[in-house]
Design a protein around this ligand. Structure first.
Ligand code: ADP
Ligand code: ZN
Ligand code: ZN
Length: 756
């Protein structure tokens, strides 16, 4: 005889307390039908009521049933979390050592948790009689023109929302009431889904025939997608403009036609409108979008459309990897090399890793696509863990853009102190004259990144952070890009009172000023954090540029990625080696990617593109290989160096970052971390695998008035180091309360994106 599952193991959703285990509750009989694994429930906890997630059900509890409390109620009438997403949360806990409830929170729209979003409804009206009887009814109400209007409006027999009835007549309320009273119509509340985008409005487009190279790529992946082959992860390495999107579209078509759901991840919200318009012109209304700029209501509704299977295609940024697609068949990660796929806040998951484990568990394939794959992914492909699919040429034999180097040291020697080299100036003039479009890339916002004193050499620093302040021409003030504080531009040097202070360096605003000065009357747009704070600001700037309203678009890395503007013939990187100067082993990789990616924005239409890269370090291998656009040569060089210098993927680099108000205590704490780790390691197997444990002030010593010190560990990348990682996570958890009381935080960062 089958017995009912009367007890549930529940993870209680508590932010402050570190209760990382399940508690058993009794499932009340009345809810037995709707509480399952993955349900969110309200439970008594201590003296309070809390929300929680049901992780498993069981017939018998481990201890005295009499002491077990009851679930108060489910929060939704169905299990919200898919089993596969509970698994994903478990993996994130494993990797980041966060408590499970923190990982589970990633799996649902944030506002859903506190019950802050509601299902939206609207009032609707519908005829109560068969459409054929319309004549008779119109006859009955012939003396009221208002009623006739309303009945006619409802004449197709379908429900119509109040928003359509309201404009029909001034006194519509009364008329509707009367019609309802005499049984002609009825009203009811209908659920409406808030949609963030007008999908299905892009004009429908037929799939174009594929180029032979695209066809080959599709043919290589489809058998696995259809389950005829066992390959799971593909690395699609296609040069910029090779037509990867069209390949995505075919894969998605194959996937949805077999009744499965497909997930397409893009690295930036900026890129979603472009991807959406490509997909909606082919698939119409069949999709949902998930990213952080949606309103809570929109996000909740899109989420529900995916959960119910109504939306089969999901497009979104990083967090969309947690889309509740129950029938997942395909995940595409576009521009897979982008660091935005790693979450920048706790818990720091990597969307690519989550996608991979979802696919391995749920079936289907993962396609990682890029013109400049990450060293990690390419190494995996070379090792045979991923299947490498290559598209080495642009569509229709379009040439890759020609890349010209401008050596800025040479320019200085020739007396050019401006921000444009002679060659970039000439190319811009030609481009503008020919009526084409240009993009200028500079990875720094504001006008000038330093204000420095010519007498004492000091740069003006933020009062709360250990960073120099950036001058903004828009408000003529100094801004701190770390804490956001703003202050007046001083007239004299704050350290020596000399009046000789000046702005040094280049930011987007300065480039804009320079362009406007040299090309008066030419439309110019600027895209950076400062111009894109509005909800649709990104999309607006891009569509203005697309419409031809401006000939020159200036921007930070926001414009470097994936954008497709066929009439852009010139791309200029105003200062390409900025990313080389970061104290990070990944800076050559990032520099290479950035140059090839910005270059790839040029010449995507019928005209050949030209690219000017301005640099002070033309001989650096990352820049030299990028100019040749020879990914394999760059990879080989970079791989060799990492192996030689023992950097990831050969090793793993983690750090514990301590932040707090008092410098000495912060430092003390960081040193203690090192001591504890060394003590732990003594005589253990892991000792040989750890290359160093170093405590130091962080490169940025202070942010927002908080001092920073870190302990950096480098170890051989080996599962044998897992106990050490677990030890550190546990050590930090145990100290967390004491730290909090002291106003300190200690964060454990595994392979962090920045060691700053
Ligand atoms: P990638 O993402 O590889 O840089 P895109 O997918 O943006 O390249 O494609 C580059 C351009 O070529 C786009 O404008 C796209 O519409 C066009 N294109 C790609 N494939 C085809 C095709 N088979 N037929 C016609 N146009 C295509
Ligand atoms: Zn000075
Ligand atoms: Zn600051």
């Amino acid at each position: 005889m089958r017995r009912n599952m009367k007890f549930a193991d529940v993870i209680v959703d508590i932010a402050t307390e570190k209760v990382d285990r399940t508690f058993t509750y009794r499932v009340p009989e009345e809810f037995e039908g709707c509480i399952g694994v993955g349900s969110r429930v309200r439970v008594p906890f201590g003296f309070r009521e809390k929300e929680g997630y049901v992780l498993s059900l069981k017939e018998d509890p481990e201890y005295d049933p009499g002491k077990i409390k009851e679930i108060i109620a489910p929060l939704e009438p169905y299990p919200v979390l898919l089993p596969s997403l509970i698994e994903a949360a478990r993996e994130i806990r494993e990797q980041t050592k966060c408590p499970l409830c923190e990982a589970l929170r990633l799996m649902i729209p944030p506002q859903m948790r506190a019950g802050k979003v509601k299902i939206k409804t609207e009032k609707c009206f519908q005829l109560s009689f068969p459409v054929e009887e319309m004549e008779t009814w119109l006859e009955k109400v012939k003396r009221s023109p208002r009623k006739k209007l309303i009945l006619t409006a409802l004449g197709d027999g379908a429900p119509h929302p109040v928003s359509e009835i309201r404009p029909l007549a001034g006194n519509w309320r009364e008329a509707v009431q009367a019609l309802e009273n005499c049984g002609a119509i009825r009203s009811f509340e209908r659920e409406v889904l808030r949609r963030p985008v007008a999908y299905g409005q892009a004009p429908a487009v037929q799939d174009p025939p594929l180029t032979p190279e695209q066809q080959e790529a599709v043919d290589e992946m489809v058998p696995a997608l259809a389950g005829r082959r066992t390959d799971k992860v593909f690395l699609l390495h296609g040069v910029t403009g090779s037509g990867k999107t069209e390949v995505f579209i075919r894969l998605v078509r194959e996937c949805v036609s077999s009744g499965k759901q497909a997930l397409i991840l893009v690295p930036e919200i900026v890129l979603t409108p472009q991807m959406i318009s490509w997909f909606s012109s082919r698939f119409g209304d069949d999709m949902a979008v998930l990213h952080s700029r949606l309103t809570p209501g929109e996000r909740f509704d899109e989420w529900r459309r995916i959960r119910s299977g109504q939306a089969r295609i999901v497009i979104g940024a990083r967090s969309a990897v947690f889309a509740p697609a129950g029938k997942l068949g395909l995940v595409i990660v576009d521009e897979e090399h982008e660091s935005t796929y790693i979450s920048d806040h706790y818990p720091q998951y990597d969307a690519r890793a989550v996608a991979r484990s979802r696919i391995l568990r749920e079936g289907g394939i993962l396609v990682l696509a890029s013109a400049t794959p990450s060293i990690y992914s390419y190494a995996m492909a070379r090792r045979g863990d991923y299947v490498l699919v290559e598209m080495p040429s642009r569509v229709f034999g379009r040439p890759l853009p020609e890349i010209l180097l401008a050596d800025m040291r040479e320019e200085l020697r020739r007396g050019n102190r401006g921000i444009f080299s002679k060659i970039l100036e000439e190319e811009l003039t030609k481009c503008v004259r020919d009526g084409n479009q240009a993009m200028l890339f500079i990875n720094r916002r504001g006008y000038a990144p330093f204000i420095s004193c010519r007498k004492c050499g000091e740069a003006i620093k933020c009062g709360r952070c250990d960073v120099s302040m950036t001058y903004h021409a828009t408000d003529r003030k100094l801004h701190c890009h770390y804490c956001g504080s703003v202050r007046e531009m001083p007239e004299t040097c704050p350290s020596c009172s000399s009046p000789y202070i000046k702005a040094v360096g280049i930011g987007t605003q300065k480039v804009e000023e320079e362009v406007r000065r040299r090309f008066p009357g030419i439309g110019v747009l600027r895209m950076d954090v400062d111009t894109t704070s509005g909800r649709n600001a990104h999309a607006e700037i891009l569509s203005r540029f697309r419409s031809g309203e401006a000939q020159i678009l200036i921007g930070t890395q926001m414009i470097a990625k994936g954008l497709d503007f066929p009439s852009v013939t010139l791309v200029g990187a105003v200062l390409a080696d900025m990313s080389l100067n970061l104290p990070d082993y990944r800076s050559p990789e990032r520099t290479y990617q950035l140059i090839v990616q910005v270059a790839g924005r040029a010449g995507r239409g019928n005209e050949k593109g030209r690219v000017v890269i301005q640099t002070y370090k033309p001989e650096h291998y990352a820049i030299a290989q990028a100019v040749r656009q020879d990914y394999r040569a760059f990879f080989n060089e970079e791989f060799r160096r990492r192996k030689q210098d023992l950097y990831p993927p050969f090793t793993q680099m983690d750090r514990i970052l301590v932040e707090g108000k008092e410098a000495s205590r912060v430092f003390e704490r960081a040193q203690r971390h090192r001591d504890e780790i060394l003590k732990y390691l003594k005589g253990r197997e892991e000792e040989k695998l750890v290359l160093f444990v170093r405590t130091d002030a962080a490169p940025i010593q202070r942010i927002q008035d908080r001092w920073r010190a870190h302990t950096v560990l480098k170890m051989v990348d080996s599962p044998k180091c897992a106990p050490l990682i677990a030890f550190i996570a546990q050590m930090l958890r145990e100290e967390a309360d004491a730290d909090a009381a002291d106003g300190m935080t200690a964060a454990f960062e595994i392979n962090p994106l920045s060691l700053a």
